[in-house]
Ligand binder design. Sequence first.
Ligand code: DPP
Ligand code: ZN
Length: 871
Amino acid sequence: PQTIYRKDYTPPSYLVETVELGFDLDPARTIVANRVTLRHNPDSKSRDIVLHGEDIELVALRLNGTELNPGQYILGAHTLTIKAAPLNAVLEIETTCVPQDNTTLSGLYVSNGSFYTQCEAEGFRRITYFPDRPDVMAKYTVMLRADKEKYPVLLSNGNLVEEGDLPDGRHYAKWEDPFKKPSYLFALVAARLVCQEETYTLQSGREVLLQVWVEDGNLDKTDYAMQSLKNSIRWDEERWGLELDLDRFMIVAVGDFNMGAMENKGLNIFNTKFVLANPSTATDVDFAGIEAVVGHEYFHNWTGNRVTCRDWFQLSLKEGLTVFRDQEFSADMIGTASGRAVTRIDQVRTLRQAQFPEDAGPMAHPVRPDSFVEINNFYTVTVYEKGAEVVRMYQTLLGREAFRKGMDLYFARHDEQAVTCDDFRAAMASASGRNLDQFERWYSQAGTPVVTASTSYDAEGQAYELTLAQRCPPTPGQPTKLPFHIPVAVGLLGADGFDLALNLEGETTVVLELTQAQQTFRFEGIREAPTPSLLRDFSAPVILEYPYTDDELVHLFRHDSDPVNRWEAGQRLAMTRLLKLTAAVQQGAELELDYGFIAAQRALLLDDGLDAAFREQALILPSESVVADQMDVVDPRAIHTARQFMRKTIATVLRAELLNAYAANETPGPYSPDAISAGKRGLKNLALAYLCAAPDTHIVELARRQFEGATNMTDRAAALVSLIHSGADAEQALRSFYEQFEHEALVVDKWFAIQANAPTTDVARVRELMQHPAFTLKTPNRARSLLFSFCNGNPAQFHAPDGSGYEFWAEHVIKLNALNPQVAARFARTMDRWRRYDPALQAHMRAALEKVAGAQKLSNDVLEVVSKALS
Ligand code: DPP
Ligand code: ZN
């Protein structure tokens, strides 16, 4: 397969003015008529028209009214080229495709009998021949024709301008998108659907039509998506001055979908998981996910659609920025400072759980990659979440006001253009008057920087010195790195737990700018030796090393005014213990947990001044995979044993307090997904989970009662998980759960996932579950619920010493590859970090990787992932 390089970018030879698409929709043979008006691009020396096409059949081709015969164009495997074309060209292209056979879920496909599209990144070429690249922006008119009975709803981008009946029981709808867009934002839906709709008044007074389309029977699960959409529209107006530019905005939910959702202009298509929710089917986490993703896709309307990416290497231009925007939206929706902190902690957790490992593995790449084989493999936590951190750092460095000016300037300069990450940085620099040249390295250098801190206190001079040094480990293709421009937010705590004033203005947090390999910062007028609170609010996506003592960490855990660092101190305390316990497990030594740690946990649990949501976060131990990242040679089973011991010990010693927390955080009355209620349920269910780590009949009874009496899915699912993890018999509970929800696909996904993650579930059990009539590999959500959950979420079982987990993995990467390369490649990444395990496991893993690498008809997607892992 061919590697594509960022440095090879050339402007398109032809630009497209208008596109008129006609669809005769038929699952077995859809006919697509495409009339496209092209004009030579003066920025290009080439006079060849190059169109992309994949898995489509060319039926006819006309250039400026004249039929072309095969000698007049070159039909390659994935391109159609017309050499030496006229300056102005109207192409009429007729093709066919077979949506019902399209299991890749890219391009035009069928899900549950209806038609949907997914065009990002390069799916439009699976619909028609086209210059399928984001820097070609055009106006679209779309005519849809289909059987009226089977597909009563016909949707596309923009405004509905005409509809009516046709002979033979067919009907049509004509849609016009008033805005120029790149082809990846094209969408159509032809389906049997119903909608919740509402007229919404923008701040300007203009009225817009909002619709959420779902399959019949799901209208009882659309309220939250609709509410989230309205909140998103309002928030974008208030926080950024950005108004919805269309008269109509639609969300459509589909059960077969590769990603979370897609921001097609005016016609967002969503995975059902991020639309459908009511209290009995969805958990608090699901509700929060819907708010975030509805917001995310809506915010793309400006950051992505109105201003788009020049090429796919710039993906983070829209994704990093839009994730940052959805993060801020979720935080603002909660409103309180502690609520914001909880969302921030969640973001830090994601970075550590997924992005830092990516940075340290074979697929490491900069936020703006330099090359790829398959762009679909670069919709990553690095491009998304680290990209969002990069945007957040502008705001931290420039301040909110200057950052907002930078955003305004970015839109003023680049509306309706396809631009680059450098353009965004330039807007930020111009608007703030700051030099952001060095900041560019956040886009070009891969890897997680490590910042090492050392301190010294001069009692006589009442001065405190903080020395910060940075380094960044090598990543594939980048052996050495230059220093980053790192904002390090710092506070100093006195012995009484209060913040010390850091300067004459009395500020208690300052943002230091680390730009060199090593720098010393000096604070004057510091009257006592302080405890440093470093990298407050996680001000940069780095690993911070500082030789904290336990006493200092306990002090921070008790008192830090920055809730994120308060949480962080607890994580550090827990991590040192988890690592020690893991070593003890490996040596067969006796396991012990010090009372000091438990006392700190106890104090936090009992601190009623803290929100339940924060207490929940602070009491969750670092996950097994985060612990694994701290080990030179990973031993998944030892980690699991150590962590279980720790949970059990906490549960035993703090039994009374946990039972109290359980009782004190009931949320009586009707369910509400708001952050306060969700936080209470979170703490209550965490208490239950702990208690079930050291269960007796009373505790098991508690879990059973909660399971049976639950009035919402949050409590029901949590009780089921706790019951299973307690080791008590959960067969009956699992059966009744399934029977109650067998017609709710998203709940059946949970049912599979809960079992995949159960401590007793091994490969043999997963294979059994795959025989269940509800299981299918074809629906990504279902495949993820069982296969991904087991291989990524149950490390102690997946890494069975006999290698059976890896064999299972290889077998199913190959099966998925034949159906859906994007999903297969995602799954393939499970094995990214195989070199970190002991030699015996490594040998099994290598064999599994090689089995996949040697398989027939491997997609570029999977090939790229496994060959990078093996290289
Ligand atoms: N649908 C994906 C997202 O919104 C890709 N754009 O992030
Ligand atoms: Zn996005």
